[in-house]
Design a protein around this ligand. Structure first.
Ligand code: BDR
Ligand code: CA
Length: 303
């Protein structure tokens, strides 16, 4: 399948992109970048660094730098490191972004690959909402949108009620759920089941010195956040779970419900059932042992 990943790399984004690159069923035709774990310019720099490390030829289109309703936002240096790559600083600037914006790139690629393109969105949803605003045919041109985001009838991870990607641009997310897009949502219900441990990273680094080694280099910072703040022995493979949902939905249990995103102060960013909207396939469970072994096996095949 042809896939664009919309991303804010980010430790688990790096793992998701490496996984998509490794999987034989996926042709990764572009990365679009978004603010979130870090600032958008840094997201693009990180994306291009990773493309170069993978030895791939994947265009990077830069997207939104701010959410719709805000003139600032808080990135997550305490989760993913000061530049999104754990404790690595001064990530080198390699190559260039393409001339189109992320939304322009998404719209054109969806039109040129009508009915075939899957977008896997693993950051805040501003670029996707921008693409919907830019082209009325975007929703019908796309095969599917698979989102890492949301928390359905459970606690969030950035506030009591909200998951980080949805929280960072709740209005954009609400526009996406109000659209005619065919959507699968892989939120915390499923992704918090996918905890990868320190030993898993060591195995990965041994099997794949360059790519697995880089992941092993940036993962300890993210693992430490999970250990100290989440109180978990392992870190969640949020974004990789969304990639796996594109190729292997049969490994997930879904609940179908329309969704809206709360913009009220008290529940800001919560993903709430709304029977008046198109149903979204909400992943409630994932076959986690399968997901973790697939992730390790696929990335292990890289250099
Ligand atoms: C999401 O937020 C980011 O920290 C991760 O990269 C993931 O996309 C999890 O809530
Ligand atoms: Ca992400």
């Amino acid at each position: 399948m042809k896939m664009i990943i919309d991303t804010d790399p980010g430790v688990d984004d790096v793992i998701a992109i490496a996984l998509a690159h490794a999987m034989p069923d996926i042709e990764l035709v572009g990365l679009t970048t978004i603010f979130g774990n870090t600032f958008v310019g840094q997201s693009s720099r990180n994306a291009r660094y990773l493309v170069d490390l993978l030895g791939a030829d994947i265009p990077v289109a830069q997207g939104a730098s701010l959410p719709y309703d805000e003139d600032s936002y808080e990135s997550a240096p305490h989760v993913h490191g000061p530049e999104g790559f754990g404790d690595i600083e001064d990530v080198p600037e390699i190559g260039k972004n393409v001339d189109e914006t992320a939304a322009e790139f998404l719209v054109r690629m969806a039109r040129e690959n009508k009915g075939e393109l899957v977008v896997c969105a693993i950051g805040p949803l501003t670029n996707i909402a921008d693409a919907l605003r830019l082209d009325a045919a975007f929703a019908s041109n796309l095969k599917e949108l698979v989102i890492m985001g949301g928390a359905f009838e459970r606690a969030g991870n950035i506030t009591e009620h909200a998951e980080a990607n949805i929280f960072h641009d709740a209005r954009a997310a609400d526009e996406v759920f109000a659209s005619d897009l065919d959507i699968k949502m892989v939120g915390l219900n499923a992704t918090m089941q996918t905890l990868m441990k320190s030993d898993d990273f060591s195995e990965l680094a041994k099997a794949s010195p360059k790519i697995g080694g880089f992941i092993g280099r940036i993962a300890p910072f993210y693992l430490k956040f999970y250990r100290d703040v989440v109180n978990a022995d392992g870190c969640a493979m949020h974004d990789a779970a969304a990639v796996l949902c594109c190729t292997n939905p049969e490994r997930f249990d879904f609940h179908n419900s329309g969704l809206r995103v709360s913009l009220d102060e008290a529940n800001y960013g919560a993903t709430i059932a709304d029977e008046n909207r198109n149903p979204v396939s909400i992943a409630m469970n994932i076959d986690a042992p399968w997901a973790l072994s697939t992730l390790k096996n696929e990335i292990s095949r890289l250099d």
